[in-house]
Every structure is written in C-alpha cells, then in structure tokens.
Design a protein around this ligand. Sequence first.
Ligand SMILES: Cc1cc2nc3c(=O)[nH]c(=O)nc-3n(C[C@H](O)[C@H](O)[C@H](O)COP(=O)(O)O)c2cc1C
Length: 167
Amino acid sequence: MTMSTPTIEPTHFRDVMGHLPTGVVVVAGREPGTNSPAGLIVGTFQSLSLSPPLVSFSVTTTSRSWPRIRPSGQFSASVLAAEQRHVCRALSTRGHDKFAEVDWHESTSGAPQIAGAHAWIDCRITQELPGGDHLIVIAEVCRLEAGHGEPLVFHRGRLGAIRERGH
Ligand SMILES: Cc1cc2nc3c(=O)[nH]c(=O)nc-3n(C[C@H](O)[C@H](O)[C@H](O)COP(=O)(O)O)c2cc1C
C-alpha cells in the first residue's frame, strides 16, 4: 500500500514554523561588473559544520539579489542587533535602493557588512543544492567576528529582542 503525502496548507506551514524563533541575518555581496552592493534578509542562516567550518542558509529561487551576489563566489553575513529593525525592513523590501539608508562598510573581501551588527561572518560559496522553492547555499567561513549587544529575533511573524534568558 502506498501512502499519499498529506496536503499542507502554506499558511498553516508558515504559522506553525513561525513558532521556531530565528536570527535575522543580512547576506550581502558585490555585483561583479557594477560593483554595487546587493543583499537580502534571511532567517535560515545557521552553522553547518565545525571542521571544516561551514554555514548554510536557504534562498528563494525568485530572489533578485542572490543572482547578483553569487557570481563573486563570496558574501558577508551580518547578524542583526536588536535595535536594527530598520535594516531588516530595508533589506527585506524590494524595489528600492536597499543600502541607501543603511550604515555599512566593506569586509576584507569587499562584501558589504552592516555597521553595528551583532556578529559578522565572511564566507566563500562552496555548494548550492535544490530545496523545493528555495536553494540551499553552503559556504566556507573565511573570517568571523562577534559584535556587542543583543541579537534581533524573528518569532511568530514579529521582530523583537530576547527579553529574558536564564543561565
Ligand atoms: C525575518 C525574515 C526572514 C527571511 N528569511 C528568508 C530566507 O531565509 N530566505 C529567503 O530567500 N528570503 C527570506 N526572507 C525574505 C527576503 O528577505 C525578501 O523576500 C527580500 O525582499 C528578497 O530580496 P531580493 O529579491 O532582493 O533577493 C526573509 C524576510 C524576513 C523579514
């Protein structure tokens, strides 16, 4: 007997998966040729392997920024700090100059890093795998550095800070 896959409504999927809190990360690079900065917000950034040091995230196949970042073979990930909601808004909204009102500087590789972020990770793309309507990007960590303060967190459709943490 074959088992059919139950139909999962996209809104239900989003609602339940939204109970899993995530960090808010800017993935940014330089478009070869124009050298202009390109980037987007991802909530799927995570560490993948310690030795070798690898990270991964998933990017929608309809992303406009990823095809501009990919050809350089590298990107910088900026883990946003609690007070950087405006950066999240700017980098997750299409159809405007995403970097115009965002304070950023160049990493040693030349990729844009968000000033005042909670952490920065410079990466070299090693693999891209299909993942439904997303691509899974795997990258090697070249350089990383922690900043200060608290991280920005996305949970149940809302941005916030971590209110309480036990030790
Ligand atoms: C908190 C948050 C998390 C997100 N996570 C992802 C993600 O993991 N992958 C993705 O492709 N888009 C994600 N997005 C949506 C993109 O940031 C958004 O669609 C963006 O406008 C895409 O830009 P682009 O078309 O210039 O690439 C997220 C947005 C927010 C606000």
